[in-house]
Design a protein around this ligand. Structure first.
Ligand code: ARG
Length: 425
């Protein structure tokens, strides 16, 4: 590029050739040349020095001084959370203090397993390198940071083999697909997590399903295993038979990504249609679903999990956008806040109609709420490790989105043992 530039210029300085005598033409040529040169240099610098690509690595840490207990089986327990957080922040600290601080992006514990008396933690780590990096060098640089970390691992006693394996983007997606409560941002260990607007994109709420009768959407539902869906008991009042229903996956109810028949429906024995108490049902699918990036489970909370009033939650569904209206065909999401039962039972609000097995969520000024057709769908919250938990099931409300009349949900923690009893989960 530089060469052709000077070739263009040479005749300009030479003895008069009629085409290049006009000063405007000369000026234009010079400007064009400078622009081309600048763009070329910028592109070269960009590709060689700044165009970074994400690379994923997997490693296993053997932790000797943490006793294994079955509390570490579920990502919902305090034990699992605090151990994962400890490991993640230890790794983050080690890289932030190393010469790889600008390349390191995130570490995430994907599994904790029993290992003798201790535990083993599988971790996925993300780095950003420029395209001209050397794979073998990088791997050994990462390994050396991890080795140094072992001598300086705070109150965790970690065993010495910190072998790392380079894994593909697809491997990373596959690992996260089999974990519960993972949305696309965590799947790529990305730094940003934006949930904007009302329209959901494919894979945003991979546990959301549409329960349909004759291919018409009736209720939302929540995927909690390969074969089990949670939903609201009141969804089955008009159509109580399993053969009437299909469970549909994907964000469009018109073109589902997968359609599965229902084998059995277990409605809570004490469901009360007048008070809406115990508005929960478990649906057993006729076949196992194969999890994908866009179809997998949400995590269930522990029965003791605290859901603080004022914390943020998301409700999703194909319900109508106003009280009298039609279901929509593309999945929508709404951001709401948890409201205490005490406040929700206030005289201006539901005045005592909210029982302890229910949970309120909305906005003080109204405007964002579930509505007709959202029933049975999820109200979810994200934990500090960006894992999503089911806290409510859309149950009832006075009209939709009115101030002081928030959505009322089945409180999942109250029914946590019922869920285990019915589904084994
Ligand atoms: N019962 C409704 C249904 O069957 C859900 C109502 C939720 N209402 C509300 N304002 N959050 O779809």
């Amino acid at each position: 590029m530089t060469l052709s530039f000077s070739l263009i210029l040479r005749p300009v300085r030479g003895p008069s050739t009629s085409r290049f005598q006009n000063p405007y033409v000369i000026c234009l040529i010079v400007i064009a040349g400078v622009i081309i040169l600048a763009v070329t240099i910028a592109l070269l610098i960009h590709f060689l020095a700044f165009d970074q690509k994400a690379y994923f690595y997997r490693s296993t840490f053997q932790i000797l001084n943490v006793k294994y207990s079955n509390q570490l089986d579920s990502p919902a327990t305090q034990e699992y959370r605090s151990l994962s957080e400890k490991i993640e922040s230890m790794i983050t600290k080690a890289f932030k203090e190393s010469n790889l601080r600008n390349q390191f992006v995130r570490a995430h514990v994907v599994k904790i397993r029993q290992d003798g008396n201790g535990v083993r933690a599988d971790v996925v780590m993300k780095f950003r390198f420029t395209r001209n990096y050397n794979g073998a060098t990088m791997k050994s640089r990462i390994e050396s940071v991890l080795h140094q970390m072992l001598n300086n691992s705070g109150n965790l006693e970690i065993n010495h083999s910190t072998e790392i394996t380079s894994i593909t983007d697809q491997d990373t997606v596959n690992i996260f697909t089999n974990a519960c409560g993972v949305r696309p941002d965590l799947m790529t260990l990305s730094e940003e997590r934006i949930i904007g607007g009302t329209k959901a994109e494919e894979g945003d709420w991979p546990w959301q399903v549409s329960l349909q009768v004759n291919n018409v959407h009736h209720c939302g539902g929540i995927l909690i295993s390969e074969v089990w869906i949670l939903t609201a008991a009141h969804c089955f009042r008009s159509y109580p038979e399993p053969y009437q229903w299909t469970v549909n996956f994907g964000i469009s109810t018109l073109l589902p990504k997968l359609r599965v028949r229902v084998r059995t429906i277990s409605v809570h024995n004490n469901y009360n249609p007048i008070t809406h108490e115990n508005d929960i049902a478990a649906v057993y699918l006729n076949q196992r679903v194969t999890f994908t990036k866009n179809i997998h489970t949400v995590c269930l909370p522990e029965a003791t999990q605290n859901i603080p009033p004022g914390s943020t939650a998301y409700v999703t569904g194909w319900g109508s956008r106003r009280y009298i209206g039609n279901a929509v065909t593309e999945l929508e999401q709404g951001r709401v806040k948890i409201i205490s039962n005490e406040e929700c039972n206030g005289p201006a609000s539901y005045n005592g109609a909210v029982f302890s097995g229910m949970l309120c969520a909305g906005l003080p000024q109204g405007g964002v709420d579930a509505c007709q057709g959202d029933s049975g769908g999820p109200l979810v919250q994200e934990d500090s490790r960006r894992i999503w938990f089911l806290v409510g099931i859309v149950s009832w409300g006075y009209r939709c989105g009115l101030p002081d009349k928030p959505g009322v949900y089945t409180r999942v923690t109250t029914y946590r043992n019922w869920i285990t009893e019915k589904t084994g989960i």
